[in-house]
Write a protein that binds this ligand. Structure first.
Ligand code: F0G
Length: 429
């Protein structure tokens, strides 16, 4: 059987090549569902291991290495890949100590072609756009999705259209979208409103939507978790910790873990911890109330990537948390920036939203939820250069309401050895 689209709430099915984002019958979110019997016959740890280090497309991609679990029937020559994935999983003993656990790995998704984890979803989404033969694709974005869409649309030779909020988009992301040639539109509205607008415009003008409401995006994003577990030689960590904004990524993590378990590729499930910024915390609030309802919030945080108050994949994220006995935590902007400085000082760096992962681990350890002996993988979602303003502002102590705990002040010197000596010569104690 071919893969199908299926409503997560009422199970109604649609053909895989129908352009549809929510169920016609009940409005529920759609999953791409693969035939489990066929998957069971084809996939194995050995198959995926045999493709490691491949020099040939599509298996040189850390997404398409798992093609059977992503989009099994797509013709290889339609795949739009840079190639993405194959990102490092860093063993970080000093940060483990800082967070209070014995073993902490950081999966650096900022090492993708456009510097964020979005490329894994975008290869899935733009490939499907190619399969469908559409000529225009669009998204609303806090920045990274637009950078990724712009790059993949350009690579595929189709028009990319991106809507951003006119305030608080990190400069690196804006620069990428412009450089890659997308039609960029700055709108006087926040991300949540822009997402509504892009869906209305797409419907009216026949444009394919590539926000994470598009289930082919989430299929690609599943590969983060599959790759983590493969890099751990198929040993399952106790926890996987990631930031939560629009909640596409955490939804994809849940689906990947559920499928890996059903297929017998892993023998137990890790627990998922989703970390939100205090000022953009609708999932955290709902978690506090037993997931009774999503109450949208007006979002404000220095981590502009996750400045989202009405997450579109809320229901799938709740499902992921239920499947994995997961938890939700929140962290303040001050905590985000200090944790980011810790990550940056290891020499690997990340953008502010990504630091939720490390800060969340420390907080969950202090609450006794993550135990010190447990193995934790934190996901870093974006590259340090995405938001250079946040870095400079933190180290110069000019960010509103933030007092840098780990500043690295820039020195000024006149052009003479005497002045340089006062900076560089060890001072007597
Ligand atoms: N981290 C970064 C760096 C992001 O760019 C995003 C989302 C997230 C975390 C949260 O992931 O939305 O799947 O829960 N950025 C989107 C964008 C919304 O438009 O680039 P999520």
């Amino acid at each position: 059987m071919q893969s199908i689209l299926q409503c997560m709430d009422c199970s109604r099915q649609y053909p895989i090549d129908q352009i549809i984002y929510n169920c016609d019958a009940c409005g529920g979110l759609l999953d791409v569902t693969h035939d489990p019997d066929r998957l069971r016959e084809t996939v194995s740890r050995e198959l995926f291991d045999s493709r490691l280090g491949s020099l040939d497309a599509p298996y040189n991609s850390g997404v398409w290495r798992y093609k059977e679990m992503i989009n099994p029937d797509v013709a290889d020559d339609l795949i739009v890949s840079r190639p993405e994935g194959n990102t490092n999983l860093y063993n970080t003993p000093r940060l483990a100590q800082w967070a209070g656990v014995k073993k902490l790995y950081l999966k650096h998704e900022g090492e993708n072609p456009t510097g964020s984890f979005k490329d894994r979803g975008m290869t899935g989404g733009v490939t499907q756009a190619r399969v469908l033969g559409v000529s225009r694709v669009a998204c609303a974005s806090t920045g990274n999705t637009s950078a990724s869409l712009a790059a993949y649309a350009a690579w595929a030779g189709i028009e990319g259209i991106v809507f951003f909020q006119n305030k608080q988009i990190a400069l690196g992301k804006l620069a990428q979208a412009i450089a890659y040639g997308a039609t960029g539109i700055q709108i006087d509205a926040d991300f949540d409103r822009n997402l509504e607008l892009v869906r209305e415009v797409a419907e009216a003008l026949d444009i394919y939507v590539l926000n994470s409401v598009n289930p082919f995006r989430l299929e690609g994003q599943k590969s983060i978790v599959i790759e983590i577990i493969q890099q751990l030689r198929w040993q399952v960590p106790d926890w996987i910790v990631c930031p939560g904004g629009n909640l596409g990524n955490s939804s994809a993590f849940g689906k990947a873990l559920h499928e890996l378990y059903e297929l017998g590729l892993i023998d137990r499930l890790p627990r998922l911890a989703i970390i939100q910024a205090e000022g953009a915390n609708p999932l955290y609030q709902s978690y506090q109330h037993g997931f009774d309802a999503l109450r949208p919030v007006h979002a404000e945080t220095i981590a502009t990537a996750i400045k989202i108050g009405n997450p579109v994949s809320y229901a799938k994220a709740v499902r992921a948390l239920r499947w994995t006995n997961g938890v939700v935590e929140q962290v303040s902007d001050q905590e985000i920036m200090d944790a980011k400085a810790m990550i940056d000082r290891q020499g690997i760096g990340c953008e502010p939203a990504s630091a939720c992962s490390l800060m969340g681990v420390q907080k969950l350890v202090s609450k006794g939820i993550i135990k010190p002996h447990e193995t934790v993988v934190g996901v870093l979602t974006g590259h340090v250069l995405k938001d250079a303003d946040a870095v400079i502002g933190y180290h110069q102590n000019t960010l509103d309401g933030i007092q840098a705990a780990y500043p690295n002040r820039l020195h000024q010197s006149t052009a003479d050895i005497q002045s340089l000596r006062t900076i560089l010569e060890p001072q007597p104690a």
